[in-house]
Structure formats: structure tokens, C-alpha cells
Ligand binder design. Structure first.
Ligand code: PLP
Length: 394
């Protein structure tokens, strides 16, 4: 009974999450099932994690095989799966070397340490400032939290990490003024996911990359939410013709198993030396085997093409709906990372959708976010569009 889990959870789990209404017990493809046997179409996909859907056979097979072969050895020893995964990532993001960890925040934490150390070694300690954007989200560990340009997440945790400054997102002139001689790096999301799928104006990322290169600052792109095909290219920044010095990945990388990666190239890739940074589970064979299966499936099933086609079609349908339904005031996104702005609060709409068997996320007060599995079908999305229209009309 769902009550039982609610009561049990309320006794023993810390109350850092808003209380969940659903207890999910099983997943298959694009659907999840609750403890009362109800099924839901998962249009948020574990917040951009379940890109192959739930329990994809290739991921399940890889994990099962790896669990029976080697589960963990620590970084005192090499394991072939982390080497193979780094090779596969370098084949997709040219010239990079990898550091593996367990989450998005940890990948950003590693990136922040890397750029600080790079500047220390290259220019001296005075050059240590990291610029990030207002309304950004980079995770909840201390440096990632400090980089997160949203005071509501930082309040009550001060003092934060020194040496961070914020600029308005998408404003190249503001960045130009901010990247002074004390700046070692600029850290940005190519599309701001958590603040409502906000895309920068065309040319912003390319302009930022040039500005950083001209001034000797490193460009770090946080592709934790946007990377690995979510927006229709392997990295979202490919659409802007930009290759950063450092890129962070997580979310879908492990196919549902916790895994993060920081990829660095050029000088940045030489900033860590033995002992500079570490993670007990970094490069864990099970997580890496799952990630290898994910990358293989993305290619074998040509899923990035499918993301582009389904995403364009779904956004087109949402725009047609917006033309009929004034309560939709905006539609934006790229690939299968999409948001709609509403003229009404988003939470009751998400709740009504949930009651009718669709999981969507109220990412902001008046915005819904969709990050469905790449394998979602037009039929499934059409079912949701009908329900959304009915909810908004009611
Ligand atoms: N960076 C971005 C862009 C994210 O969207 C998130 C999570 O939503 C994070 C970092 C933090 O990732 P994690 O929750 O795995 O620490």
C-alpha cells in the first residue's frame, strides 16, 4: 500500500525532498508502475537520466554480465571498462581525457578543482575566479552549489567557496566585462535545464569560447543535463560549433546507474597529476559497462536522429496546441529537452497529468519540463497532448 510507504518514509528519510505522492516499483520502456499497479508514461525520465527508457535489455544485460565478472577494484588498479569508456568518449568528444565519478555535482566539483589547479600552475594563485551564470544549476556539493547562480539554493549554507562571480546568462557584453585578469574559467550550461530549459541567444556560446581563448580563461560546459544526445547532438554545444576545454557529463551516462565524467582536453587535461583528485567508485566497472552499452545502443539504434525528429515533431505539436489554447504562452527546447510556459501554475497541471497516467515535471512556477526517453513514440506523445489539452481546458 502506498500509505505504508509514505508513513515509513516519513519516519526514516530525511526531509530534504518534497514528499512524493507516488511509490514507483517497476519500469519497462517508457512506462513506470506504482505500488498499486497503476502505470504511467514517464515523460521526465528520471530527470533526463533514463534516455533508453527503463530496464533497456542492452543495459540490463551489460550490468548482469559485469556483476558476475568484476564489480569493484578501486583506482589502485586499472580496469578495462573505464579505459574502454574513456576511449569511447574521446571518440565522440575529440582530444579529451576522462575522470570518472558518480554524479553531476561531483563532475562539476572535479572541473572546478581542475581549472583552479590549471591556473595555479600556469599563472599563480591570484588567477582563481570562476564565472558562472545567474539562474544556473550545477549541483549541491559546496563548490558546485557556489557556482549555482540561484540564491535560493545557497541560502543558509554560507560561507560558500570564495572566488566565484555571476553574470546574466546569454549576455555576451556582461561576460566581456566580467572576464578580467583574475578569471581562470567560465562555467556555463549550454542550455539552462533546471531554470526552465532556457536557450542562450545564437552566437553566445561561440562568443564565450572566443572570449575565453583570447584571455587565457578555460571554458567549462556543464552538459550534465544536455549531453549524451538529449538535445539531438552528442553534446549540445556541437550545435553551436563549440568544443570547450572541459565538459561535465552525468545523468544518463550510466543508463540509470550513478556515473559522472569530467572530460578535459589540451592544457586543461594536464592540470591534474597523480594524487590531485580521486573518487573511490570513479570508473566503477559496473557503471562503466552500463555506459558502454548505452553508447553502443545510441549508435546502433540511431537514436540521436530519432531525438531530433521526435523533438521537432513534439515541439511543433505543442506549438499547434498553443495556437488553440491561450494558457500555453511559450514552447521552447531542443531535441527531447522541452519546456512549455503556462499562464497558470504548473504544479496542479503536473498533478492532473499524473492522475491521468503521465509523469511530467513542474520545473518552474509556471513551466512544465519534458525529458522523455529517446524511444518515446509519437503515439505515446499524442496521448499526452490530448490529456494536456483537456486539463488546460478544464
Ligand atoms: N548540472 C546540471 C546542469 C544539472 O542539471 C544537474 C542536476 O540536475 C547537476 C549538475 C547536478 O547533478 P547531480 O544531481 O547528479 O549531482
Amino acid at each position: 500500500m502506498s500509505d505504508t510507504w509514505t508513513e515509513r518514509a516519513s519516519r526514516v528519510l530525511l526531509e530534504n525532498y518534497y514528499p512524493a505522492r507516488l511509490t514507483l516499483v517497476r519500469g519497462e520502456g517508457c512506462r513506470v508502475f506504482d505500488d498499486e499497479g497503476r502505470s504511467y508514461l514517464d515523460l521526465i525520465g528520471g530527470i533526463a537520466v533514463n534516455s533508453l527508457g527503463h530496464c533497456h535489455p542492452a543495459i540490463v544485460r551489460a550490468i548482469r554480465e559485469q556483476c558476475g565478472t568484476l564489480m569493484h577494484v578501486s583506482n589502485l588498479y586499472r580496469n578495462p571498462w573505464s579505459v574502454r569508456l574513456a576511449e569511447e568518449l574521446a571518440a565522440r568528444v575529440p582530444g579529451t581525457r576522462a575522470f570518472f565519478c558518480n554524479s553531476g555535482a561531483e563532475a562539476n566539483e572535479a572541473a572546478i578543482k581542475l581549472v583552479r589547479r590549471h591556473a595555479h600552475v600556469t599563472f599563480g594563485a591570484a588567477r582563481h575566479v570562476i564565472i558562472s551564470a545567474e539562474a544556473s544549476f550545477h549541483g549541491r556539493t559546496f563548490a558546485a552549489l557556489t557556482a549555482t547562480g540561484q540564491p535560493k539554493y545557497r541560502e543558509g549554507f554560507e560561507p560558500l567557496v570564495p572566488g566565484f562571480r555571476y553574470v546574466p546568462y546569454g549576455d555576451l557584453a556582461a561576460l566581456d566585462a566580467a572576464v578580467t585578469g583574475d578569471v581562470c574559467a567560465v562555467l556555463l550550461e549550454p542550455i539552462q535545464g533546471e531554470s526552465g530549459v532556457r536557450l542562450p541567444p545564437p552566437g553566445y556560446l561561440a562568443g564565450t569560447a572566443k572570449l575565453c581563448a583570447d584571455r587565457g580563461a578555460l571554458l567549462v560546459l556543464d552538459e550534465v543535463q544536455t549531453g549524451l544526445g538529449r538535445t539531438g547532438t552528442f553534446l549540445a554545444c556541437e550545435a553551436d560549433g563549440v568544443l570547450p576545454d572541459v565538459v561535465t557529463l552525468s545523468k544518463s551516462l550510466g543508463g540509470g546507474i550513478p556515473l559522472g565524467a569530467m572530460l578535459a582536453r589540451g592544457d586543461a587535461a594536464r592540470a591534474f597529476v597523480p594524487g590531485s583528485h580521486a573518487s573511490t567508485f570513479g570508473g566503477n566497472p559496473v557503471a562503466c559497462a552500463a555506459a558502454l552499452a548505452l553508447l553502443e545502443t545510441l549508435d546502433a539504434d540511431r537514436l540521436l536522429e530519432r531525438v531530433r525528429a521526435t523533438g521537432d515533431w513534439f515541439m511543433g505539436e505543442l506549438r499547434s496546441l498553443a495556437a488553440r489554447e491561450p494558457k500555453i504562452t511559450g514552447v521552447r527546447g531542443r531535441g527531447l529537452l522541452i519546456a512549455v510556459d503556462l499562464a497558470v501554475p504548473a504544479k496542479p497541471v503536473a498533478l492532473a497529468a499524473e492522475e491521468r497516467g503521465y509523469l511530467v515535471n513542474a520545473v518552474q512556477e509556471q513551466s512544465l519540463r519534458f525529458a522523455p526517453p529517446f524511444i518515446v513514440t509519437r503515439e505515446e506523445l499524442t496521448g499526452f497532448l490530448t490529456v494536456l489539452e483537456q486539463i488546460l481546458a478544464a
